[in-house]
Every structure is written in structure tokens, then in C-alpha cells.
Design a protein around this ligand. Structure first.
Ligand code: PGA
Length: 260
């Protein structure tokens, strides 16, 4: 039995300017005030340029939404043109940071070493790191997905001081399911969630929080909560509209309420 509260994170990626972001958070906040999600924690991971406005509205309206960033540099400051540090994010009330999303690994060449360094800088800053792992289709087809994902976890989390473990969440996001409309089946998610938990326990994590991401919508979210061992979701496309994101929150909340 998992003691952790379920968590749903909206990853807006490179979408929504600050005006659109304000509009979306306002709509989402109203939906959540009308019918609260009681059992589920909610995070939105906004583009850097939206963070200040989104932070202000969450604060002034007292919305039950925490703020996340999609990436950060592992260095504290200095000659890193175009980059952002954890302390800059903290000043904007950012509590969550995605680390090693596959789009950063693949398109921006984020190495396993950089993922590990970045994760350490996030947790040392006292923020929650959401470590993203997952395999490409060719790796799954050659039946190497378990070893591949286990190696990603070990490389990012091996040797991490145990005092930081509670700040780490892991998101299993198979690349073939991201933005494709093809989500992993409950059986695939169950199998990988169990594997992730086993590897995390071998790394001395006592109650690891494991999310799934990849074409999540309200229907498959409800199914995955019922039939797999996930603790919540990392949602891309469906987090860009208040109604579709809220439907996932509700589906998740209702199912976890029944499960408890
Ligand atoms: P998706 O994206 O929900 O659009 O598949 C998920 C993610 O990349 O985090």
C-alpha cells in the first residue's frame, strides 16, 4: 500500500505565453474551487517566462496548485548564456522541477551525467525533482527496456544522499507514447512501475513516488489508476486546456478515493 498522495503534473512544454498561461490557471483554479480535488496534489510546469505571472495568480487567488519548471541548469550562476538556476526559480516560488525530460535528453543532448548533476542541484536547493526516464520504441522492440530504464535510474540516483530521497519523484515516460496518442497499456505501466520501485528500493528509497506520462487523458488516467501501480501522471498535451486537465485530476482523484 502506497502512503503517498497522488500527484498530477501538467507539463506545458513550449506552449502558452504569459497571458495565455494566466487565463489557463485562472480557469483551472475556478474549476478546482467549484469542485476541489481532495486527494491529489496538482502542479503546473510552466515555461520560464510565465513563472512570475503564474506564481502571482496562484498566490493572490490561493489556488491549490504548486508551481513547477521544465528544466534548470545545474550551476548556481556564471557564464551560462540562456540558462536559469535553481535559486532564480526559488525566488519565483517554484517548488518542482522536471529533470531529464526525454525532449531535453534527445533534442538538447542532455547526458546522463548532466541529468544526475541537475537532479542534485535541484534537491540541494530544497526543490522537488521529477526525474523523467523512458525508452525509445526500438529499445522496447529489442526487449531491452527494463535494463535501459534501470540504468537511467541508477545513473541519476545512485549515491544520492538519503536525506534527499523524499524530494525525488520518478516519471516513467516511454518515448513512443509521448505526444503520439498511443499510451502504454495498464499491463505495460504496471510492469514498469513495479520495476522502477524495485530499482528504487535497491537504491535505498523507502517509499518511491512513481508517475506515468505519455498521451494521458481522463479515460486512460482512470484506467491506469485502477489497473496499474502509478501514483499519478505527468501530462503534456491534455494539460493545455483547463477542462481536459481538470478531467484528469478528477478521474485520478475519484479513483484514488475509491482505492483508499
Ligand atoms: P503528452 O506528453 O501527454 O503530450 O504525451 C507527456 C510529456 O511529455 O510529459
Amino acid at each position: 500500500m502506497n502512503a503517498r498522495r497522488p500527484l498530477v503534473i501538467g507539463n506545458w512544454k513550449m506552449n502558452l505565453d504569459f497571458v495565455e498561461a494566466l487565463h489557463l490557471v485562472q480557469q483551472l483554479g475556478v474549476l478546482m474551487k467549484n469542485r476541489p480535488v481532495e486527494h491529489t496534489d496538482v502542479v503546473v510546469a510552466a515555461p520560464f517566462v510565465d513563472l512570475r505571472s503564474v506564481s502571482s495568480i496562484i498566490d493572490s487567488e490561493r489556488f491549490a496548485i504548486a508551481l513547477g519548471a521544465q528544466h534548470v541548469n545545474s550551476q548556481e550562476n556564471g557564464p551560462h548564456t540562456g540558462e536559469i538556476s535553481t535559486s532564480m526559480l526559488k525566488r519565483l516560488n517554484v517548488e518542482w522541477v522536471l529533470v531529464g525530460h526525454s525532449e531535453r535528453r534527445v533534442h538538447y543532448f542532455m547526458s546522463d551525467e548532466t541529468v544526475a548533476e541537475t537532479l542534485r542541484s535541484v534537491v540541494r536547493a530544497g526543490q522537488h525533482a521529477v526525474l523523467c526516464v523512458g525508452e525509445e520504441l526500438s529499445i522496447r522492440e529489442s526487449d531491452e527496456h527494463e535494463a535501459f530504464v534501470a540504468a537511467q535510474l541508477e545513473s541519476a540516483l545512485g549515491g544520492l544522499d538519503e536525506k534527499f530521497h523524499a524530494l525525488v519523484t520518478v516519471a516513467y515516460e516511454p518515448l513512443w507514447a509521448i505526444g503520439t496518442g498511443v499510451n502504454a497499456t495498464s499491463a505495460q505501466v504496471s510492469e514498469m512501475t513495479a520495476l522502477l520501485r524495485t530499482v528504487l528500493r535497491s537504491l535505498s528509497f523507502t517509499s518511491p513516488q512513481v508517475l506515468y506520462g505519455g498521451s494521458v487523458n481522463a479515460e486512460n488516467a482512470a484506467l491506469l489508476v485502477r489497473e496499474s501501480g502509478v501514483d499519478g501522471f505527468l501530462v503534456g498535451g491534455a494539460s493545455l486546456k483547463a477542462e481536459s486537465f481538470y478531467a484528469i485530476l478528477q478521474a485520478c482523484d475519484d479513483c484514488y478515493a475509491i482505492k483508499r
